[in-house]
Write a protein that binds this ligand. Sequence first.
Ligand SMILES: CC(C)(COP(=O)(O)OP(=O)(O)OC[C@H]1O[C@@H](n2cnc3c(N)ncnc32)[C@H](O)[C@@H]1OP(=O)(O)O)[C@@H](O)C(=O)NCCC(=O)NCCS
Length: 182
Amino acid sequence: MKIEFDQLRAGTVHFRLVEEEDAAFICGLRNNPVLNKHISQSSAVVDEQRAWIKTYKNRENLGQEYYFIICRNDNNLPVGTIRLYDFQHNPKKSFCWGSWILNENKPRFAAIESALLVYKFAFEQLKFEQSHFDVRKENTGVHNFHMRLGAQHIDGNELDNFYIYPSSKYYEILNEYQKFLG
Ligand SMILES: CC(C)(COP(=O)(O)OP(=O)(O)OC[C@H]1O[C@@H](n2cnc3c(N)ncnc32)[C@H](O)[C@@H]1OP(=O)(O)O)[C@@H](O)C(=O)NCCC(=O)NCCS
């Protein structure tokens, strides 16, 4: 699928696809003790991260997964990551998103802009009907973020809360949130 990148640009940040050269940046983010309290562990070895990206690129070519670097619009510097994966087709066309991390150089509204860009890409370009995702129970800030945007908290276990976000909700809030998309 040809991605329309001009559509993946919000008020202060935009997305570009992850490349092998981003391995060191991703290692730095994922091994930052301030940022990695509520995400799954990944290797701090740059060459292992590079190898992971290489196999991811095969999935990207097949349209099975998309891993983006979130960059500032003013200087193009990378400030974070976000990933769409676990594409399901039954009973609904649904995707999971995660690997969502923003560093201290993020513009103030990078979080809301990047979440909106994920939904915009998934619902408008990839034609998904719904998103499913999970958040660590102790990650209350991110729980509140999703609830504020209209996610449905559907279930939980000892470790995680589970949510869905239907495309209809995205189209419902779009007018109010258009200002973040620029
Ligand atoms: C998750 C993460 C990317 C979120 O970014 P963040 O900048 O902390 O997000 P915030 O909820 O503070 O939102 C940023 C701004 O957008 C605003 N905002 C958030 N949701 C909004 C909404 N629905 N409408 C309007 N504004 C909104 C916030 O109020 C905040 O602005 P403020 O600083 O003036 O209060 C970041 O905290 C992070 O990298 N965390 C570590 C990794 C992690 O836990 N990832 C998630 C795993 S599930």
